[in-house]
Design a protein around this ligand. Sequence first.
Ligand SMILES: Nc1ncnc2c1ncn2[C@@H]1O[C@H](COP(=O)(O)OP(=O)(O)O)[C@@H](O)[C@H]1O
Ligand SMILES: [Mg+2]
Length: 248
Amino acid sequence: MSDHNRSEEVLRLERLRKSYNVGKPTEVEVLHSIDLALKRSDFASLVGASGSGKSTLLNLVGLLDCPTAGEIHILGEATRDLPDARRTQLRADTIGFVFQFHHLIQAFTALENVLMPLMVRQGAPNEHQRKFALGLLEQVGLSGKEHRKPDQLSGGQQQRVAVARALINKPALLLADEPTGNLDSKSAAEVFALFREFNQQFGCAVLLVTHDQQLSEQCDRIITLADGHLESDLNIYSQSINSSSNYS
Ligand SMILES: Nc1ncnc2c1ncn2[C@@H]1O[C@H](COP(=O)(O)OP(=O)(O)O)[C@@H](O)[C@H]1O
Ligand SMILES: [Mg+2]
């Protein structure tokens, strides 16, 4: 995938708002007019206090939830008015997810778990795709463990299966919500290194929510949310802080 234009825009958020409990007395807006763009080459962390809206933002970007207002463009495609079937397809084709808890299917082997998103998309994998899945498992350090079930793997190994699974469809955008939150620091560093590798190898943009300052500071870009506002957007290459909401 190295032939992709690394300056290609994979994500653009325009005046994105999210309220919960709309129409009820408890209605509350938790994201306030967020503008943000990510390119394929971006390797960004999303940080902010607990409750600042990080998971809400990731769920919107991942097309798992709908904004109350504003627009989300994925690879240039506006998503607000898409029919469900197209949303689902766009999600499967372009977005990989890693969550804090890996949600592996216990009855399936590591290899079967990795192949799941592909099977959801197209049915049985072909030989080339099986080889790609095995290659991903090798790359995350799980050669020889392809046929183990999750309960025969350590926590760090399970999370590495989840990382391989997130990449099986060669997503343009990898979203990770505290993926190292329940890992020891060595496993966390390994998972982080994999994100870095895939960012470079596949040209997949990475947006990583983490509480781990050591990890966030190793990203090229640090996006900070505070109370549902984009507080700052620090790019280490340009050494510029865009604290306005119109970064591009
Ligand atoms: N499903 C929900 N219903 C109502 N409020 C929610 C819901 N999910 C999150 N919130 C609220 O939205 C705010 C942002 O939450 P969240 O996105 O989970 O923040 P973070 O991931 O940064 O900790 C918090 O005040 C939280 O209580
Ligand atoms: Mg969260």
